[in-house]
Design a protein around this ligand. Sequence first.
Ligand code: KG4
Ligand code: ZN
Length: 350
Amino acid sequence: MIILGIETSCDETAAAVLDVMSSRIKVLSNVVLSQVKIHKKYGGIVPEVAARAHVEQINFIIEQSLKKAKIKPNKINYISVVSGPGLITSLMVGVEAAKTLSLVWQKPLLAVNHLEAHVASNFLNNKNKIKFPVLCLVVSGGHTQLVLIKKIGNYQVIGETLDDAAGEAFDKVAKILDLGYPGGPIISKLAHKGKVNAFDLPRPMLNKPNFSFSFSGLKTAVLYTVKKPTHLVKKKVNKDFVRNKKFVYDMCASFQKAVTDVLIGKTVRAAQKYKVKTVMLAGGVSANKKLREDLKKTVKKELPNVNLNYPDLKYTTDNAAMVAMVGYWKAKKKDFTDISEIKVDPNWEI
Ligand code: KG4
Ligand code: ZN
């Protein structure tokens, strides 16, 4: 079965072609055009600018995905597209393009949830068979959720963030430290050079018995430390704090450790409570090396019988291969929606 996936929910214009035969999954192409360079100068994503850039690039990106996969449109069996959640104007571009192709090529169209697609990124490699029930920590720029998965298509959100998402916290802290956008990759790179216990940062909600998260207080703690160092900082630093390299490295390391401690603590506790067989990571923040390494150590120690699965790095941030994967699941179940019924839903929950 050949599935074309299309993704425009945020600031990546992406198209991919997937070839699935029984349990053999082959990503024939995975084309992602990031708008990071465009949004960098604004310090974050500007929705109108994102939508315009999608309009300019979508046809070319789809063409490239077919070309790289060496697939002609008549060989495609299904088209799948993310219709939510995400930025409404960005989503509209992908959905309208997909609807047009579906009509012109006469191929069924499947509407895909962006968060389910992140979960599906774990299924793109054929390395190991995933055992259910699964607990997936979805950590992206827009979401932080613990999702209990009894089987594919059966999702229960058992906890989520009450304010900022983990990726959003990385982005905002990078902005405070004047490091540029997006914050996650920069902070994780600089954190290697710093000390994880240089600053006493809070671990919000870690000891609460529920599975909710909150990262806005942590971000504010970073801001206060930058602005009023004597208040929280253990040792003296130069006046020009954000330009003091050691201060920045230590802050990156301490902040990253605070976020990963909370994410890992809650995930392990939820995995124990729901007696899952597999723990998974998904979303842009799942690219974080520290999160992967520390989670691996903790799972080995606290959950020795639980398998751990990560998506390949190229499938952690937004891409369309993961969208085509959900398209395959839906096609197999004949879970079709009439094209006239497919609408963009910026708040669609998994
Ligand atoms: O999943 P994604 O591409 O888009 C959304 O669906 O939101 O995630 C983007 C987020 C950004 O906030 C970015 O800073 C974060 O993922 N991110 C990281 C890393 N790479 C990307 N956060 C921490 N460490 C990383 N290595
Ligand atoms: Zn995403």
